[in-house]
Design a protein around this ligand. Structure first.
Ligand SMILES: C[S@@+](CC[C@H](N)C(=O)[O-])C[C@H]1O[C@@H](n2cnc3c(N)ncnc32)[C@H](O)[C@@H]1O
Length: 289
């Protein structure tokens, strides 16, 4: 399904839940002001200051562009594009032609507006759509990526099968995002923290795969796995910095009982508390010709 903003979702999607996560004024304010509209973590090299989160976000986008390793002009799908920050980086820095899809109509509108402002309309297009099922011809893309979105999938295997269908033979897939370690390796106290967090943030995908099983899901969808990188050491500085910045404001909100309106803050604080049981993975795969 792909179309104009405001389309109807089908299947097991929790659209209301996602609207609650991304649509509350507190959450939108957090992502607009704090994250400059990028809804993703960052990549910090050894020796760099952890406090420079915006630089870390640009560096993470650079990692994505290099893993995609596609020539300028290649057609790429951004599955779960948010406000299109990543798509614009791929277009401006790597010369890619990016189609972004997202379930939040306000994200799609914002992405279009910001791309027009950046004079990147020629190389970026945005549409409302569910990445489990997109009404686009098979083989439409040279590359597909998902920046911290597969964790939202209610059926990650189906989403991966759709990415496989949409790629041409030889096309490349890059998935970046968090995955929990297997439950058996997690103390009960951490499990008790993780599950309500995943539910509140509408992250059913993160319940359906772990650090150990995601690679198998990717190969099960027909891909050849080129690289499975546990990039946690590069992500942890962002986790620590965000915790440092927002621990106290979040504690105040908690006392006021207002945390449900500030889910972005909840992410930054609870991700820290779970940091030893969450890995940040970068998977690179190829659809064999
Ligand atoms: C964590 S944000 C990441 C946004 C963007 N990739 C970025 O890095 O700024 C996850 C995004 O995925 C979108 N999303 C979640 N499930 C989706 C689905 N099934 N199809 C399309 N978009 C989806 C959400 O609306 C949200 O904008």
């Amino acid at each position: 399904m792909i179309g104009e903003v405001g389309g109807q979702a089908r299947g097991g999607l929790d659209l209301d839940g996602l609207r609650r996560v991304y649509g509350t004024p507190g959450h939108r304010l957090f992502y607009t002001l704090v994250c400059r509209r990028a809804r993703h973590w960052g990549w910090t090299e050894p020796g760099q200051s952890k406090w420079r989160c915006w630089r870390a976000q640009r560096q993470l986008e650079g990692v994505l562009g290099r893993k995609l390793a596609l020539p300028p002009g290649s057609r790429v799908l951004d599955a779960g594009c948010g406000s299109g920050v990543v798509a614009r980086q791929m277009a401006a820095r790597f010369g890619l032609r990016v189609t972004g899809v997202d379930l939040m109509d306000f994200h799609v509108r914002e992405a279009r507006r910001l791309s027009a402002r950046a004079a990147l309309e020629e190389r970026t297009a945005f549409a409302w759509g569910d990445f489990h099922e997109l009404d686009l011809p098979a083989g439409s893309f040279d590359g597909v990526y998902s920046m911290e979105t597969l964790c939202h999938a209610h059926d990650p295997a189906r989403a991966l099968a759709e990415f496989h269908r949409l790629l041409r033979p030889g096309g490349r897939l890059v998935l970046l995002g968090p995955a929990a370690v297997p439950r058996a390796e997690m103390p009960d106290t951490q499990q008790a923290l993780l599950d309500p967090y995943l539910d509140a943030m509408v992250l059913p995908g993160a319940r359906r795969y772990t650090t150990r099983t995601l690679g198998g899901l990717i190969t099960g969808a027909g891909f050849r796995l080129e690289e499975e990188l546990d990039a946690t050491p590069y992500y942890l500085p962002t986790t620590e910095a965000l915790y440092g910045y927002f621990r106290l404001p979040y504690a105040v909100l908690r006392r006021l009982g207002a945390t449900e309106h500030w889910l972005g803050l909840r992410s930054t604080v609870e991700m820290y508390e779970l940091r030893h049981h969450i890995a940040w993975m970068v998977h690179t795969a190829v659809k064999e010709g």
